[in-house]
Write a protein of this length. Sequence first.
Length: 189
Amino acid sequence: MNNYPSVTEIIRDAGLISEFSIGDTDAAKRGRLVSAASHIFAKREDIDPEWLKRHHDLRGYLDGYRKFLNLSPSLNLVWAEVGMKDEQERFVGHPDQIFECPVEKGLAIVDVKTGAIPSWGRLQVAGYALLARRMFATRQIRHRWILNLPGDGTYKLKSYDDPRDLDDFLILVRAYHVRAKYIGAPANG
């Protein structure tokens, strides 16, 4: 996508994400599998029972996600893990899920986490919200949520509504590009 940095790369470049917190680990694999399954559930579809048998260790995470959906029946999935880009600010991202909230006439950005919610998570959903504003210009972003699935069949929904998070993320994007202009793009970008 034009070799623009991703939301995560921007946050990592700012020194807010340690190298061990994102990577190709068992936790990252688990996160990818739970995320993929949650997209299917969000569409109100069923998952192949054979897949569930092979990944029985994910049951607690998936049960937590289903509880979230069951308690939020008016949410309608409009976007799941599809790349978005902001040509003006020059960054890209892949929000986990974007739901339409018919009652509130707006959108909810949802990032699914199977581990602890990182302190930088608020910047991540802010970046996704900025991308969604461009993509869905006629709709308001009503919620920026991180859905934490601890694996025990429950969930925790953390809401971020501080508008300064949006400003903070934009500062990081712009700093990334200023640095790239004068000393080159970072190794991870």
